[in-house]
Design a protein around this ligand. Structure first.
Ligand SMILES: Cc1ncc(COP(=O)(O)O)c(C=O)c1O
Length: 401
């Protein structure tokens, strides 16, 4: 009875708040096909930033991997689940990103949980950027460590919180994203690293949204900044077009995670054909610079079209948050865009803070200028017709302040 009540109450509360999530069914492709809508839609909500998820060359390499290795790995990586394809992928990541050790995991979510749960103990201090991904914040909340959240990208606030504990005996870990998933802005990595070193703290960076997108060769935040955080988490389900993740670190920490990270030891290794395909995906990311050049061109074009509108936030990345304020406004805009065959999901609290509901517009290398033009015109029409641009702008200023 108690469980039934809990389930019912939680769902109806979500419904009343207008925050119920729906799992839609799509057939992916150049255009997105929704099972209930007649027209294909242009997808502005995917993290497949380089357009590799549907790339024929990558699909055929994965098929080749299946012929070579079969379907599943059959066991944990520390039992019999590690193949040459996994070993090659680890070596490739280390060489690319400049670390001695790489641990492969099935998802970015489990990589972040593994890192926090394995490394931190009671009495340690964990400092996280307020806007870090749910996988990081949740692991911090569940770990026995004291977790403190510092204001987004605010080095003074971090410094204050970091130096509150003066003793050198306390192990301190700072975690930030390289590119923030909902805002598309970047962390001040050089300053974070300098601060961490001055306080004998470690810095971990989750570069889920930077890898593949930033840097001449797609090496992400480490490539563009030249800074190597103590620990680096990269995920393969975004620009690399597949799925999975890795933690990069020094040799000893790699060995420690291999021995003690429960998400690694007690979970089936990723399918070897997937690791084989990921090796090829990295080749494509490094060599096919045209994909990043195209993204830069589309990004400039979008800014040119809507950059003066108050909802727009300029970013150096593929993530273009469109701030709406209230959840209802974000949903109304998203619905209106759907009518025009443009798919942009509304992001609402609790994923973002109250009054900062938004459309998370993401650009990808398979978009055309015509797609961007259509989206820009639809956004302008929506606000032009409703005359509510100013109202929403003032709401979101409040939310940011
Ligand atoms: C910053 C960040 N870290 C980790 C994850 C989780 O990665 P995965 O989807 O591979 O579980 C995400 C997913 O959206 C993310 O945005």
């Amino acid at each position: 009875m108690i469980f039934e009540q809990r389930v019912k109450q939680a769902l109806s509360r979500r419904q009343e708040q207008g925050l119920l999530r729906h799992t839609e069914i799509f057939r992916q492709g150049q255009l997105l096909t929704h099972s209930h809508l007649e027209q294909p839609l242009v997808n502005f909500s995917s993290n497949d930033y380089l357009g590799l998820a549907q790339d024929k060359e990558l699909i055929s390499v994965w098929q080749q991997g299946l012929s070579l290795y079969g379907c599943g790995s059959g066991a944990s990586p520390v039992v019999t689940g590690t193949t040459q394809a996994h070993a090659d992928l680890k070596a490739r990541l280390c060489e690319w990103l400049g670390y001695p050790s790489a641990i492969l995991l099935s998802s970015g979510f489990s990589a972040n949980q593994a890192l926090i749960f394995t490394l931190l103990k009671q009495g340690d201090l964990l400092l996280q950027d307020k806007l870090n991904h749910a996988s990081l914040i949740e692991a911090g909340l569940l770990s026995p460590t004291e977790m403190v959240r510092f204001k987004h990208n605010d080095l003074d606030d971090l410094h204050k919180k970091l130096t509150k504990v003066s003793t050198k005996q306390v192990a301190k870990l700072i975690i930030s994203e390289g590119v923030f998933s909902m805002d598309g802005d970047q962390a001040p990595v050089l300053q974070l690293m300098t601060l961490a070193q001055s306080q004998q703290a470690w810095l971990a960076l989750d570069d889920a949204h930077g890898l593949g997108v930033l840097g001449e060769f797609g090496g992400g935040t480490v490539e563009v900044t030249g800074i190597k955080p103590t620990l680096l988490v990269v995920t393969f389900g975004k620009a690399l077009g597949i799925s999975g993740a890795a933690i990069l670190c020094d040799q000893a920490t790699g060995e420690y995670l291999t021995q003690f990270a429960r998400h690694y030891v007690y979970s089936t290794a990723m399918p070897p054909a997937q690791a084989y395909a990921l090796n090829h995906s990295i080749n494509m990311v490094q060599q096919q610079k045209w994909r990043r050049e195209k993204l830069a061109e589309l990004s400039a074009y979008f800014q040119d079209k809507v950059g003066k509108m108050p909802h727009y936030r300029a970013t150096q990345t593929t993530i273009k948050p469109w701030i709406c304020g209230r959840s209802e406004d974000a949903l109304a805009l998203s619905d209106e865009l759907k009518q025009q065959d443009l798919w942009v999901g509304a992001i609402r609290p609790p994923t973002v803070t109250a009054n900062a509901a938004r459309l998370r517009i993401t650009l990808n290398a398979t978009h055309s200028k015509h797609d961007i033009e259509r989206l820009s015109q639809a956004l302008q029409r929506f606000y032009g017709e409703r005359g509510n641009s100013q109202l929403i702008a003032s709401q979101q200023e409040k939310a940011h302040g």
